[in-house]
Design a binder for this molecule. Structure first.
Ligand SMILES: Cc1cc2nc3c(=O)[nH]c(=O)nc-3n(C[C@H](O)[C@H](O)[C@H](O)COP(=O)(O)O)c2cc1C
Length: 356
């Protein structure tokens, strides 16, 4: 299915706005996965053949490769992602309050450099609505066959001093319908959010969340882990300081990395226009920075703190590089836009199964 996607769907998408194309693709996947026969077809077409089950945080992952945050902000197509064979799904970012996000256009694509720039600004329905949507899906169709994580952001109207309330409220609303949380303090598109990546602010936020999570986890069979997601724009020493704070504050692992606000040199005129857009850059140009940070954190923690590696993965070789650098689980967003659903099988079936 890679060929029809590349020859037909992608050229058509190029004629459309990036966000419009994204919305249509999401609706198609939701529709295709809304019936049992539809899910069966998706599974037959796309599911990896050589997946290896991995156990982390007491959860069983059908394979190491998951969907990164931002693709399904409202949790509209969770059955679709599961059916095409992702090993886990991260929905969101969601915030305590529903919000529109930034004005459009706010998502840009450059096919030649295989990268995206976005300044979405956490457009989402709010954590109450997202929790209800997931709950009704689970009630109708039963449990998912892969872990479901939710990315927690902070509402734009909430000042940083009240961030803990915003994140905690979302955590409480979603606790019974997800398998784990990713605390996002690294999106470049919410003013001042990345200030939470400073030691005392991060420590206060994560300790508060971890305390509440322990109380919520008391009532359930399987404790939900809490991960934290950092930006690639922190220098290595600062990042390692944040890692120490996060571990001391009770975080169970880390997602490396979010999008970057840095830009390389333009390769051609239209690339220059693309790079001048404000927001976070993702895809191929992020790959080596994200891998370097994964390696640094893995060495720093002696490998006993799980790392989810994300940034520029579009082939099995890219994925393998991140596993070799110390990642336990992997995710992608941008390559899905360029490759379509066959990305999952190409990556998972190409992995070296002797990886730890
Ligand atoms: C349009 C778009 C929206 C995103 N939204 C979020 C988000 O809400 N929360 C988050 O933590 N990361 C978000 N991300 C970042 C991705 O999850 C991922 O960390 C980043 O894109 C790097 O991976 P990639 O190179 O495979 O795209 C978003 C990325 C894109 C392109």
């Amino acid at each position: 299915m890679g060929w029809p996607y590349r020859s037909f769907v992608r050229p058509v998408q190029r004629l459309q706005s990036s966000e419009g194309a994204h919305g249509r693709a999401l609706r198609m996947l939701r529709l295709a996965s809304s019936t049992k026969p539809g899910r069966g077809i998706l599974r037959r077409l796309y599911r990896p053949k050589k997946a290896k089950v991995v156990n982390v945080w007491g959860l069983s992952f059908p394979n190491r490769f998951g969907l990164a945050a931002g693709m399904d902000k409202k949790a509209e197509a969770i059955r679709g992602w599961e059916s095409i064979g992702f090993g886990f799904v991260e929905v969101g970012g969601v915030t305590m309050h529903a919000q529109q996000g930034n004005p459009k256009p706010r998502m840009f694509r450059d096919d030649r450099s295989r990268s995206l720039i976005n300044r979405m600004g956490f457009n989402n329905d709010g954590s109450e609505a997202v929790a209800n949507r997931i709950r009704s899906d689970l009630q109708r169709r039963g449990p998912l066959s892969c872990p479901l994580f939710v990315n927690l952001g902070k509402s734009k109207i909430t000042p940083n001093e009240e961030a803990l309330t915003d994140y905690t409220t979302s955590m409480e609303r979603l606790h019974d319908v997800v398998d784990g949380f990713v605390v996002n303090v690294s999106s470049p598109n919410t003013p001042n959010l990345r200030d939470l990546q400073h030691e005392s602010a991060l420590g206060d936020l994560l300790s508060g969340l971890s305390k509440r999570l322990q109380e919520l986890n008391n009532g359930v069979d399987l404790a939900r882990p809490m991960l934290v997601k950092f930006a690639p724009d922190l220098d290595v020493d600062t990042l390692l300081g944040m890692v120490d704070v996060a571990r001391e504050s009770g975080a169970d692992g880390v997602v490396l990395t979010n999008t970057t606000v840095r830009r390389g040199e333009p390769e051609h005129p239209s690339h220059g226009r693309f790079l001048s857009e404000k927001g976070g850059l993702s895809g191929a140009p992020l790959k080596s920075r994200s891998t370097a940070l994964i390696r640094a954190v893995h060495e720093h923690t002696g490998g006993d703190w799980p790392i989810v590696g994300v940034g520029g993965i579009s082939t099995a070789a890219d994925a393998q590089e991140k596993l070799d650098a110390g990642a336990t689980l992997l995710q992608a967003y941008s390559a899905f836009v360029f490759e379509g659903p066959s990305l999952v099988r190409n990556v998972v079936d190409g992995l070296d199964e002797t990886s730890p």
